[in-house]
Write a protein that binds this ligand. Sequence first.
Ligand SMILES: [Zn+2]
Length: 339
Amino acid sequence: MIIVYPSHHLRHRPPSEIFNGVAEPHAEVPERIEHIRDAVCAISGVRIVLPKHFPLSWIEQVHNPNYVSYLAEAGRLAGNQYMYPSVFPYANHGGVVNAIAKRGEFTFDMYTPVSSTTYQVACGSAMAALTAASVVRRGERVSYALCRPPGHHAEVSRMGGYCYFNNAAVAANYLSTRGKVTVLDIDVHHGNGTQHIFYERSDVQVINIHADPKDKFPFFSGGANETGAGLGSMFNTNYPLSLGTADVAYDRTLVAALKRIREFAPEYLVVSVGYDAHVNDPIGGLRLSTPYYRRMASRIAALNLPTVLVQEGGYNTAKLGLVARTFAEGFLYRQNKLK
Ligand SMILES: [Zn+2]
């Protein structure tokens, strides 16, 4: 397993997220990825590499170039401060130029601030996903991009949910030039950005298993009735789960999801790996055990597809290393048995 580690992520440390008007400590901290890296690098046979550079056009194929430019420009204006939006669009009034208006135009929450380092670290995270995809495209069976900031909430033109560029979508779109791709999202939160980016495409299947959005962020998408549109009709599947769902019921859902993937018969699999469905996650709401992550990984590996693992959420820094190692070992063990 090749592990891609974007070291620039250490420069990204938003101090707070604004909830209900109050600045609370930001949950998406650098220690998350440091713990995961230390744990998975202790597995025998894994190799760690830094991200390679890819043309910006790979990011601009899934994000509006105006949004990409905004993120670069906003960072230059922000200096050492983290900037938060104040006003969100209430009408479709194109071409706003005011800095306050633009912050709202390109952001959908108050959890995802921008500073002078944001553009660089977001690019580094997307490049990590591209690097992981490229090694799989060259013949590796599995790679793991330790993306930070995470990506699956990032929309075509909006940051949100701690996400700036949609790393999994960038990787899936890159791989789609060589064949059909499935994105399987096991983060506890619905991957709204990934869903919307591929919603009208038939060459990228998107499958989400997540806490029901009627109870959990991102609230405005993730229902079972969202199945794709146009050419993408029936290529998007959501499995919203009740709060408190534990291993057995989750596993039944995973088996159903994997059946859909087998029917689609993709050439590549991209997994948006969040560990926030774990029972001890502070913001998750589901109740998966640590040993279940081994079973989950084993089932996914049994698809026997070239696979890119892309890090998303998971916020219990004390547990993340163990859960990530359990998942990665489960994946590798099953994959080796398939050889
Ligand atoms: Zn999440």
